[in-house]
Design a protein around this ligand. Structure first.
Ligand SMILES: C[S@@+](CC[C@H](N)C(=O)[O-])C[C@H]1O[C@@H](n2cnc3c(N)ncnc32)[C@H](O)[C@@H]1O
Length: 257
């Protein structure tokens, strides 16, 4: 059985490369709270909590967030930022949760099931630890899909035959339904803009910031970097001037079977 993609190597650069622009983390947390109709007393689990990019602002809306992750360095980053936030990190596998059944009011998974080959078991575990009536909030940035960039840098990687270790890119957005979960309510979205120089996008690809590049050969990575450079130049004319990329964040709320 292949292993989950653990983010030890990304811990030092995760917030710099994936962090939200100012004010957006709070909007994302409010969106999750609204999508899940989360009560102030809710006891919430986040699978793949990482550095707490989601859990830390979400904790302001609920009683507490328990966050599991397999990466000790990512959890160390979270602890370094936690302050008084009601977030409790724990090193554990989402596919084998160390909790009693029917223990949480809601569970959250943001950018995680594509990293877990046993993603169906992770969802079965979510189902087991949720109380009756509990919701699973499945969410992600639109950034990976390209937003107003007009193309996805990750698509250039997939074009060379590389795919996620867990649920595939094509199935990601609705995979809980494949595991028998039922979507409740509409897709909840916010839009926001990111400002960055195209050169920064190129550097992030060349530095293997994105987990989809971690298994690539150096030759394939060099090919992707050249294709990305050409795409960015065609679109923006220059690489060093900051541009504004329209992007967003979506949340789907599901109830287990
Ligand atoms: C892309 S990060 C997302 C972190 C956070 N949810 C966010 O949106 O910022 C995915 C996280 O999932 C963790 N992860 C991968 N497989 C896991 C598993 N089987 N169980 C728990 N965590 C896992 C990685 O170590 C990484 O920290």
């Amino acid at each position: 059985m292949p292993e989950s993609v653990v983010f030890d190597r990304a811990a030092g650069c995760y917030d710099a490369t994936r962090g939200f622009p100012p004010g957006v983390a709070e909007r994302v947390a409010a969106l999750l709270a609204e999508a899940g109709a989360l009560a102030a007393r809710a006891d919430v689990l986040e699978i793949g909590v990482g550095t707490g990019r989601i859990a830390l602002p979400l904790a302001a809306h609920v009683r507490r967030v328990v966050g599991v992750d397999l990466s000790a360095p990512m959890l160390a980053q979270l602890l370094g930022k936690r302050g008084g936030a009601r977030v409790h990190p724990l090193r554990a596998d989402a596919a084998a949760l160390p909790f009693a059944s029917a223990r949480f009011d809601a569970a959250v998974g943001v950018h995680v099931l594509h990293l877990i080959p046993r993603w169906r078991e992770a969802l079965a575990e979510v189902e087991r630890v949720l109380r009756p009536g509990g919701v699973y909030l499945h969410a992600a940035d639109d950034q990976a899909a390209g937003g107003s960039l007009g193309f996805s840098p990750h698509e250039l990687v997939r074009a060379l035959g590389y795919e996620n270790a867990g649920v595939s890119h094509r199935k990601f957005e609705t995979c809980p339904a494949e595991a028998g979960f039922t979507q409740v309510g509409p897709v909840h979205r916010i839009r926001f803009a990111r400002r960055l120089a195209p050169q920064a996008m190129l550097d992030r690809m060349a530095e293997r910031s994105w987990s989809i590049t971690w298994k690539m050969s150096d030759a394939d990575l060099a090919r992707v970097v050249e294709r990305l450079r050409a795409e960015l130049l065609a679109r923006f004319g220059a690489l060093d001037r900051e541009v504004e990329i329209d992007t967003g964040f979506w949340v789907r709320a599901y109830r287990p079977a």
